[in-house]
Design a protein around this ligand. Structure first.
Ligand SMILES: CC(C)(COP(=O)(O)OP(=O)(O)OC[C@H]1O[C@@H](n2cnc3c(N)ncnc32)[C@H](O)[C@@H]1OP(=O)(O)O)[C@@H](O)C(=O)NCCC(=O)NCCS
Length: 153
């Protein structure tokens, strides 16, 4: 899989991935993607892989991750519509900056698949925020201490 920075021409594909991955109220909107890609302080990566069985004009990208980098990182969004690509992209963003020591993220308590995915990839729950989401769902707070290779830093 090729991984590169997202640009605004990717927005239709990103919206498609959101539609496949999240409930309506949790999805990024067009204007939010536009802001994150052009003005956001984080990095927005997109994974590009070949699909079979999909229209390649509409589904070219498999995964997204938005990360805010200081000496710690926050995984703001990660979505994959191709099994196995989530772990691939997660591994990539964990190794982008050698100064990056810890990654943090929040995940819906009801999202058993994502919680299991993150645990399998070394993330541990360190707290919980009750009634965190607009629909009242709790957030599980997870983190992972990294040993970065430093792809870009
Ligand atoms: C969570 C997500 C990024 C994982 O990406 P992926 O490419 O599907 O995951 P991978 O194939 O790399 O990893 C599979 C692992 O996920 C977990 N998993 C997958 N499906 C699962 C399910 N139905 N129930 C529980 N765990 C599941 C397991 O740990 C699994 O490992 P295993 O196959 O050894 O059992 C992806 O499913 C996704 O985009 N989900 C919707 C968006 C989302 O919830 N993002 C996270 C928000 S914080």
């Amino acid at each position: 899989m090729n991984i590169r920075f997202a640009n605004i021409s990717d927005i239709p594909s990103l919206l498609y991935i959101e539609e496949c991955s999240f409930k309506h109220c949790d999805r990024f909107k067009d204007y939010q993607f536009r802001y994150l890609i052009t003005k956001g302080k984080g990095l927005f990566f997109i994974g590009n892989c070949a699909f079979t069985g999909f229209d390649p004009l509409h589904v070219i990208y498999s995964s997204i991750a938005y990360v805010y980098l200081t000496n710690t990182g926050r995984i703001y969004s990660l979505a994959s519509i191709e099994p196995g690509m989530g772990a691939y992209l997660l591994h990539f963003i964990e190794n982008i900056d050698s100064d990056l020591k810890t990654y943090y993220l929040e995940v819906r308590r009801s999202n058993k698949k994502a919680i299991s995915f993150y645990k399998k990839n070394g993330y541990k729950q360190y707290d919980i925020k009750y009634n965190y989401y607009p629909d009242g769902m709790d957030a599980i707070l997870m983190k992972k201490d990294l040993q970065c290779k430093g792809i870009i830093g």
